[in-house]
Design a protein. Sequence first.
Length: 434
Amino acid sequence: MELSTNAVAVIGFVVLFVLMLLRVPVGMAMGLVGVVGYSYIAGTGPALKLVGQTSMRTVTDYTFGVIPMFMLMGAFVSVSGVSRELFRAANSCIGHLRGGLGVATVLACGGFAAICGSSVATAATFSAVAYPEMRRYGYPQSFATGVIAAGGTLGAMLPPSTVLAVYAILTQQDIGKLFMAGIVPGLLAMGMYVTTIMLIVFFRPEWLPAGEPKPFAERLAGLKDVWAPLVLFLFVIGGLYGGFFTPTEAGGVGASGAFLLGVFRGKLDRAGILEALLSATRTAAAVFTVLIGALLFGYFLTITQTPQKLTEFLTSLGIGRYGVLALIMLMYLVLGCLMDAMAMIILTVPIIFPVIVQLGFDPIWFGIIIVMTVELGLIHPPVGMNVFVIKSVVKDVTFMTIFRGVIPFVVTDILRLVILIAFPIIALWLPSRL
């Protein structure tokens, strides 16, 4: 019996989620379902030809070169110990205040995110850097891990963000404008996290003790270490916004700059360089595997006309465009329990984006909203990718403890989403100045 395209699409989604629940890598699962589904409708020959063409076109596409370049920059920065320097600088200035170590962690996470671009890398790095310091001064485990998990989410918002870059490529939007759109919401996120910490200090002062005041010379020495990441960020992002180079060139310049700064400052030896190259290669290979699998799955969805049918269905519900947006965001929160941010964006954006365009939402604004929602999915219970990352680094803490510490920041994130939906100008003002 010949199945309808609707039935084939539904079966495809069911099989995809079953494979993911069985821990089959997301890229492999999407590619397998996409090829099998496409071959069922169009034939085995065209499906196999599609595999070769898609794989070759993806790994040789100049635009996609921005992904490994920014990942290489982040790897050089991470191995160079910049995260430790940023935390030391922030801690030396405000660590003596009650709750100051938490604020220092947020500020250092933001600074590191601005040159790393990865939420998971930010969470993993500060689990090793900030957590021991907070515990040494008697901060509760729940608060220490919660701050790190929340601070890690800044990696996908502040430029250069690999998640925003992939969204821009998939939707054919301007990467520079998306990066610029992420700056004010990213700073808003940092400000709201700091406010949340201050409220905890106000209501539960005994939870967050004050640290030791640092001598002025030590504060000055800590601030001196910040010049290198600051120069790198301003050079890369300033050059990109100034039109001096394309996003891919910006990635190349950033990777080269991170390498040279690390070598000249004596922070990168031969072993460190090799570690950074291997780390960036592994991460880029994983991302491209997901990307190729998602593109193959996307061709399968296109031939079944799933995006068009979904658009018609959602717009006919009669719940208004903000009702549809709420449904989409709820879907992302659920998906956050199953896969990481990059996989969610790559899998869902080709399906959801036509709906957003049809409803009249701004594509740049939606990119910021959806990345924020995806990042919220990485920390909210019952499963959050950043929580698992922190647990893998900090062995003596339970998942329940981390989630208890994350809850105030989840509330903060939901409030920030509401603010950005109510006032799109927050994300769109800077891009409009380009």
